[in-house]
Structure formats: C-alpha cells, structure tokens
Design a protein around this ligand. Structure first.
Ligand code: PLP
Length: 369
C-alpha cells in the first residue's frame, strides 16, 4: 500500500486502463455469464451497501431475497420451497451436499454424480469428506441410470443429477434419479445452475425440478441465464424448513440468532438485481430471451455442420458442441472453449445475438478457404 494516497484522477485512470485489458463480451462464446440486464444494473446500484448477512438491519432487502426464492420456487413447481440466495452454483452445491450428509448417518459417506458433473462437486466432496463416485454417461452425454444404481450402497447419502450440463448442455434423466432416490430414501440434488432459468421457458421441457417428489434440492443461478449482476445463485429445498435448519449455527452478535448460509457477509445488491430482471421481464420476457438463445444455438449448429463440423450432440439447452479435430481452422479473435473430451464448445448466451452468430460463421467460412 502507498504511504500517501493518490489523486482520484490518477486512481481512475489506472482503473480504466486495467478495465480496458478485460475482454468485452462480444466475441466471448465460452462463458455462462453475460452482461447484466439494464434493470439489474439499476437495482444493483440501489442496494450496493446492503448486507444480507445481518438481515435485521436490511429488512427490505431481506424481504426481496424471500420474494426471489418464492419466485424461483414457483417457477420450479414448489411455491413453498425454502432456500436462500447463494453466491452461485458452487455454494449451492456445497450446501446441498452438506444437508445430505447431515441427514444420513454413514460410516464412509459417498455421493453418486454423473461423469459430466461440474467441478464444484469435487470441491464440495473434498470439504465435506465425501467420496464422489462418478457414473458414466450414455451416448448422448446423459448419465446412465443403471450405472448410477450399481454404484449405490448403504453409505450413499446423495444422488446428483444435472439439468443443463456445463460442457454439453444436456439434462440427465432426473425423473429416473428422483424415483430411485424416493424408493431408496436417498437425497437427490439437481444442479440446474445453468438450465434452471432455461428449461422452464422451453416448449416441452423434460422433468427436472421440484415437481418430482424425489427431488430434495435444486441449484439455480440468476447470474447465468437470469442476466443478473454477479454473484447470485440460489439453493431451493423441498418445503421442509428442517432441511435448511440442519445447516444453521448460532450468531451471537447479529440481528438474527441463527444463520444457515455458508458465507457470512452477503451482498444484497445482486439479489435485488436478480429479482428485478425476473419481475421486469416476467414469464413472457424470459421466454423470449430463451427462445432467441435456442434459435441461435440451432442456427450455429446448422451453420457449423455446413462447414463440415458436426455437432457432438443435440443439446437440451443453449450449449453447442462440435467435432472439430485438432487440425480445424477455427477463426482467431473468438473465445471458444473445449470440453474434456476435446469437443469445441460454444454457449449461446443472450449477448451472443444472431448477428454475432452470423459474424462467427462468416469468419469460420473464411478461415476454411
Ligand atoms: N453447476 C453448473 C452446471 C455450472 O455450469 C456451473 C458454472 O458454470 C456451476 C455449477 C458453478 O457455478 P458458479 O461458478 O456460479 O459457482
């Protein structure tokens, strides 16, 4: 730290220079984040100094968090769901497994996850001392339910399904997983961090949410397809307050006596932003955004295939993957990513407008010639 501070002008010219080193989103095709919706920015700045870690001091903001959970619970077919706004999918997944572990006494607890699971579960299992057993996928990159069943034993505390996988945009057979969980009394957690704000707006979505009685918890992130500011995810639990209570600890010096969140100080601003987007757009507006993203995904797939880059799979949500091979001449200046299996991956987020898709396809065409 400097001995004496600098001028505001010097400070902000330094910060502006640093900010210019960041990439703009326009050519970023690899991210599950997107620039916040304008109403999210406005709401965020209104609530910038609020701390949900001490909700008695910020009762208005705390009531917005309740409304957000209610809104997401209703969208996911359980208006009485309990939960809270997390810092994102990682925290929601950690907390869900924490509950699962507390609910069942097991000598060496294990959880069963699809091979496609997000790496946040590796962190969760490491922190919680859980063995993670990974079940292989079928040819469509969905978890093979028979393999899941074969991995279950009496120490299995949770089954995990993903609704909108990070790499391939697939939805696991959640109904089957939920039935197994119900039958064998095992906690079922659905990671819908990405798909949770896509699937409800599709025409015939697969079953994936709290409408399935066997689903115990679900993670949904407004800071992905919810176009909120960061960081805001959510953990929703079937309407049993005991589930959330199982996480709580005493908080002697705060305005509330107990707290069940993982982090202490929590920003209220992105929570207000998340609710603002959902309220402002409503079901119709969200459907329009999601429909646009899905159309762009299909246009991209069709375009890439005409250049000889076949899809790896037809996705359930707006993540497109291609077999491009090591020698593929993909255009420079675009940020793409690769899956663990070597497929080229593009996420058609709201900032990937149709003209961006067309520009990318033109560049692909030119780089082949
Ligand atoms: N789960 C899924 C399916 C994801 O795609 C991601 C991130 O992309 C996460 C969890 C982790 O979310 P976060 O980065 O918000 O912690």
């Amino acid at each position: 730290m400097r001995q004496t501070g600098c001028s505001e002008e010097e400070l902000f010219s330094f910060l502006s220079a640093k900010r210019r080193e960041d990439l703009g989103y326009k050519h970023v095709l690899s991210s599950m984040c997107t620039p916040p919706h304008p109403v999210a920015l406005r709401a965020h700045s209104m609530f910038i100094e609020t701390n949900l870690g001490d909700p008695g001091l910020f009762q208005g903001t705390a009531s917005l968090e309740k409304l957000l959970i209610e809104s997401l619970g209703t969208l996911l077919h359980n208006p009485d769901a309990v939960g809270y706004a997390t810092s994102g999918g990682t925290e929601s997944n950690i907390q869900a497994l924490r509950i699962a572990k507390k609910l069942k006494r097991a000598g060496s607890p294990n959880v069963i996850a699809p091979a496609s699971v997000h790496f946040s579960f590796e962190k969760a299992c490491d922190i919680l001392g859980l063995e993670m057993r990974t079940a292989p996928l079928d040819k469509d990159f969905r978890v093979d339910v028979e393999q899941v069943e074969s991995l279950i034993d009496r120490d299995t505390v949770a089954l995990i399904g993903v609704a909108g996988t990070t790499e391939y945009g697939m939805v696991d057979p959640i109904r089957d997983l939920a039935e197994i969980g119900e039958e064998r009394e095992i906690f079922v957690h659905v990671d819908a961090a990405f798909g949770g704000l896509v699937l409800p707006f599709l025409e015939n979505p697969p079953d994936f949410d709290l409408s399935l009685p066997g689903v115990s918890s679900i993670a949904v992130d407004p800071h992905k397809m919810g176009m909120s500011t960061m960081p805001v995810g959510s953990l929703l639990l079937r309407d049993d307050p005991g589930l959330l209570e199982s996480l709580s600890v005493d908080t002697p010096y705060l305005t509330v006596k107990r707290e069940y969140t993982l982090t202490g100080t929590r920003p209220g601003a992105p929570v207000a932003a998340a609710l603002a987007v959902l309220d402002y757009l409503g079901m119709d507006g969200m459907r329009a955004v999601v429909t646009g993203c899905m159309k762009n995904t299909h246009r991209l797939i069709e375009g890439m295939e005409t250049f000889g880059y076949p899809r790896a799979v037809t996705p359930d949500v707006n993540v497109a993957t291609f077999v491009c091979g090591d020698g593929a001449a993909l255009p420079a200046g675009w940020h793409l990513s690769r899956t663990r299996q070597g497929h080229t991956r593009i996420v058609c987020m709201p900032h990937v407008h149709r003209d961006v898709v067309e520009e990318f396809l033109r560049d692909v065409g030119e780089s082949i010639c």
